[in-house]
Design a protein around this ligand. Structure first.
Ligand code: ZN
Length: 197
């Protein structure tokens, strides 16, 4: 028995979501079908509202309800220090520390030749455009992955000639872990990033 057309369409749309394969999409679609109308309306409203009310900051590409975002228009944040991250959700990770008082620049990804993501696919030009005499430091807080590292190295090469201080976040042993179980690359990074106590 072929599925009703609206159900087929829902499965197709769900399957476009990251990490959702054909089977999961079908499971979700049948779940939505048997869910009470009020609940599915809430889901549909939430999807519509996020597209209507949340946008990207025209300065730093962070997600925001008002453009420019709270960080970019803040006069208590240090606009001379820019922390570069891969995705908007990384901003909240840095914010959680309450240590960082500067502003952000979201690249919207990382360089990945395998996935065909090159410099032009990332928000690199707009980062370079933000570097003027006022900017004192750029902190490269891309992920400690092959792609994140490559992106950091690439950016450092572009940024340093502009006369700005370029730093990379320290990487190493997670707090509360045991050195015995630390892999050798992490240990190597931890040794490299050691500091005076
Ligand atoms: Zn912003």
């Amino acid at each position: 028995m072929p599925l009703p057309e609206p159900l087929v369409r829902l499965v197709e749309e769900l399957q476009r979501l990251p990490g959702i394969g054909a089977k999961s999409a079908q499971r979700l679609a049948f779940h939505i079908l048997k869910t009470p109308r009020e609940e599915t309306d809430r889901l549909a409203d939430a999807v519509r509202e996020v597209k209507e009310r949340v946008t990207y900051c025209s300065v730093c590409n962070n997600i925001t309800e008002s453009d420019p975002c709270v960080y970019c228009r803040s006069d208590v944040r240090d606009q001379r220090v820019i922390c570069v991250v891969e995705e908007p959700q990384n901003v909240s990770a840095v914010e959680k520390t309450r240590e960082f008082k500067g502003v952000y620049h979201v690249l919207m990804g990382a360089l990945s030749p395998l996935q065909g993501i090159g410099p032009d696919d990332l928000k690199i030009k707009s980062l370079l455009a933000r570097i003027d005499n006022g900017v004192a430091e750029v902190i490269l807080a891309t992920n400690p992955t092959v792609e994140g590292e490559a992106t950091a190295i690439y950016l450092a090469r572009l940024l340093k000639p502009l006369g700005v201080r370029v730093t990379r976040i320290a990487m190493g042993v997670p707090v509360g872990s045991d050195l015995e179980y630390t892999d050798e690359i992490t240990m190597q990074k931890a040794i490299e990033g050691r500091r005076e106590v």
